[in-house]
Design a protein around this ligand. Structure first.
Ligand code: B12
Ligand code: SF4
Ligand code: SF4
Length: 419
């Protein structure tokens, strides 16, 4: 390293000692602001460009037009925010207490909501903390009489490749599910970045730790992890229930089970998550109405109720119609029930159901009628066999897929605190 270094927009020469001390302070401030870890990397993502292009060429982004909107700028932070020479990458833990993963997945009459989404929307929270970090850096430069720095926080928004940046910055390795994970803490964290023009020393990436494990690939309900490290977004339940605007393709509906907003399965079976810490942010704790909620209760919310209860939460982004669409699918997957049929019919007759919602309700009604007929058949058989209840009847034709049953067993064994 030369004796002094200049940033592109700051003519102040920094000595290596000044930069090392400033970096140590930045990492400490990051922790004080609630981040679990801060790392620093340069802006060179050329090795990712071809992989990103192949992913887009295969159409894995589906309807997410924003993924191709800015071309390769996503892999070029210095083009997205001119002057940038370093990325300060930050991660914030979101695992809420009493996650109740298995209890929730086990009961198909309850709605499963991805555990990142039960509290406050992370975008605003993380962006504002990163901005504070930038202002703290500026205040320090002021005391050093070192001029102005040019910084910009990012969280998802103009989507730079956050995961490869965080990997370069030493925050973890890319798991076969394509998320970043870390030996000490697992993967239940969000990423955010501060793009900056200071020549800070960079961190060293950690080495990959998945080894021969393939649990996430085997457990994905929709086989969305098409190759190790590569997710076909169009198959992912997170995409189908959150990003997709229109109808959910029928082939995926039975596989979605009771997951009405996002999916956690590939992380639930990951052995590295056994050490995951609970978030320190009470804002990420699950709000009461969203804790293990009954599908029928959520389905009965009017649009006004939906907007009120989900205010400030990421769930609000999908709007009431897609909320109803997702719950209708889960109700179709739930065990046979006259009450569910009634709930579906009431909703179908309501003014809040548009054409798309009605199509999903009709699908769910067809599933329910088929299952009710099966239960009736079994009842008749049971009467004929002198009242002996058949096992299938007592379970009301179990609607949990084999994969989900495996995920539940894996959570109960591997993540007992969060089960
Ligand atoms: C689009 C998107 C999605 C899409 C597509 C997912 C995907 N894997 O691409 C959908 C809607 C499906 C999705 C789902 C989820 N997402 Co998302 N998503 C994003 C977003 C906005 C962009 C990701 C992206 O660039 N994808 C494009 C592809 C090309 O990138 P990639 O998957 O990293 O692909 C690389 C690999 O394929 C790799 N590669 C290719 N071949 C090989 C070979 C080897 C050996 C290796 C190592 C790598 C490799 O190179 C590619 C290019 O870099 C990021 C935020 C951001 N701005 O980065 C959040 C982000 C990745 N998502 C996040 C989360 C939390 C989720 C969910 C867990 C949410 C949920 N519970 O429902 C799921 C998880 C699904 C999964 N297994 O990926 C977090 C992940 C945090 C973490 N710990 O890593 C992020 C970073 C958001 C954030 N700010 O915190 N997401
Ligand atoms: S979030 Fe769910 S659907 Fe998406 S890749 Fe992971 S396990 Fe598969
Ligand atoms: S489940 Fe296994 S393969 Fe998948 S990310 Fe975790 S350690 Fe890696």
């Amino acid at each position: 390293m030369p004796d002094t270094a200049l940033s592109p927009t700051n003519s102040h020469p920094f000595s290596p000692t000044e930069l090392r001390e400033l970096t140590a302070k930045i990492k400490q401030w990051g922790i004080e602001l609630g981040f679990a870890q801060i790392g620093i990397c340069d802006t060179d993502l050329t090795s990712e460009e071809l992989k990103l292009q192949q992913w887009l060429d295969k159409g894995y982004h589906g309807d997410m037009a924003y993924m191709e909107a800015r071309g390769m700028m996503r892999a070029r932070p210095h083009e997205l925010h001119p002057g940038t020479i370093r990325v300060i990458s930050a991660r914030m833990n979101y695992l809420p207490p009493e996650a109740g993963f298995a209890t929730n997945l086990k009961d198909p009459n309850l709605a499963y909501i991805s555990r990142y989404a039960g509290g406050r929307d992370y975008h605003k929270l993380i962006r504002s903390r990163l901005k504070k970090l930038g202002l703290m850096i500026q205040a320090e430069l002021d005391t050093m009489n070192a001029g102005k720095t040019n910084f910009r926080p990012f969280v998802d928004s103009a989507p730079i490749l956050e995961r490869p940046l965080a990997e370069k910055a030493g925050l973890g390795w890319t798991g076969k599910h394509s998320l970043l994970l870390n030996e000490e803490v697992g993967s239940w964290f969000f990423l955010g970045e501060l793009l900056i023009d200071l020549p800070l020393p960079v961190d060293i990436p950690v080495s990959e730790g998945c080894n021969t494990c393939v649990a996430c690939i085997k457990s994905c309900p929709t086989n969305a992890i098409v190759e190790p490290y590569i997710v076909d977004g169009r198959r992912c339940i997170s995409y189908l229930t959150i990003e997709l605007q229109g109808a959910i393709p029928e082939e995926f509906r039975p596989l979605i089970g009771n997951r009405i907003y996002g999916c956690d399965d590939c992380q639930l079976v990951c052995p590295v998550n056994s050490k995951a810490p609970i978030t320190l942010e009470s804002d990420f704790h699950t709000r009461d109405p969203l804790k293990q909620p009954q599908l029928l209760t959520l389905f009965s919310w009017t649009e006004a109720e939906f907007l009120k209860i989900t205010e400030g939460s990421p769930i609000r982004r999908i709007g009431h119609k897609r909320w109803l669409r997702n719950i209708a699918v889960a109700l179709g997957n739930a065990p046979a029930s006259e009450k569910i049929v009634q709930g579906l019919e009431q909703r179908k007759a309501s003014e809040e159901a548009d054409e798309m919602v009605i199509e999903h309700i009709d699908w769910a009604l067809a599933q329910q009628h088929t299952k009710l007929a099966a239960v009736q058949n079994l009842e008749t058989q049971s009467l004929e066999t002198k009242g002996q209840e058949t096992p299938a009847l007592s379970q009301n034709v179990s609607s949990l897929s084999r994969k989900t049953q495996r995920v539940i067993r894996s959570v109960e064994k591997g993540l007992p605190r969060d089960a």
